[in-house]
Ligand binder design. Sequence first.
Ligand code: CIR
Length: 267
Amino acid sequence: MTPSERDFFNYRYTRGIVREVSTEIVGALAENNTAAEISLERARHEHERYIQVLGDLGIETVVLPADPNLPDGVFVEDTAVILPGLAVITNPGASTRQGEVDSVEAALSTFIKTRRLGGGGTLDGGDVLRIGNKYFIGISQRTNIEGAEELRGILMERGLTAEFIEFTGALHLKTLVTPLSPDTIIGAGDVLNHPAITKLSGLKIIVVPKSEAPAANVLVINGRVLVPGGFPETLGRISAAGFEVVEINNFEFMKADGGLTCRSVLW
Ligand code: CIR
């Protein structure tokens, strides 16, 4: 493994892509139709702070312009999956989101080789969970077997493995479970009992209380854990486990089913 691969698999990054919040974010997809309640001003404010924290953590960030035709465009995570030396551009499962990929690909291609999923399957980056250098692909409302198989093929070409985790009850796999380090995850719900997870030896699991389910989506960057604001019990559990936490508000994006990981692509 090269030093830069080792950094990547330890969640150490130097670059990122984000997108400004669309003026039409109230039209974003949301299971419970709560996107209409989003305050554009507050969402912009929350996202500015997010971008600022990425910078404070040493990430050089490309900020793509907002697009009124892409209400969900701020959730860039779903459009690309970064592997060492390659950015896989996805085919998002929601047809209204497929227009997001071109601009992300153009931005990524100035830094890293890109390759599109072209096999006709669908896949959202939010369904791709990486624990250290092991990949888990959620089979969801957005990611189908064909999309997952194509990504697994690309991973296998590079000597990496992927297991599929079929689940219901949440938008993306990473809505339910995210990594804190190569040997620690945080999560909520049945997915933690999936054999692909339980068979990982030495894996530590922090369980999110039911009342704080959205806090299962945290974002680890360069030794810090970004935790969504408003979930004190989870915040306490993460710090008690020895992680340095940074609280970042995500209240507006939660109304469109978005977590902290959704708002950036990092490598
Ligand atoms: C959607 O439904 O596609 C967006 N409103 C939310 C996407 C959240 N992305 C993510 O979890 N990676």
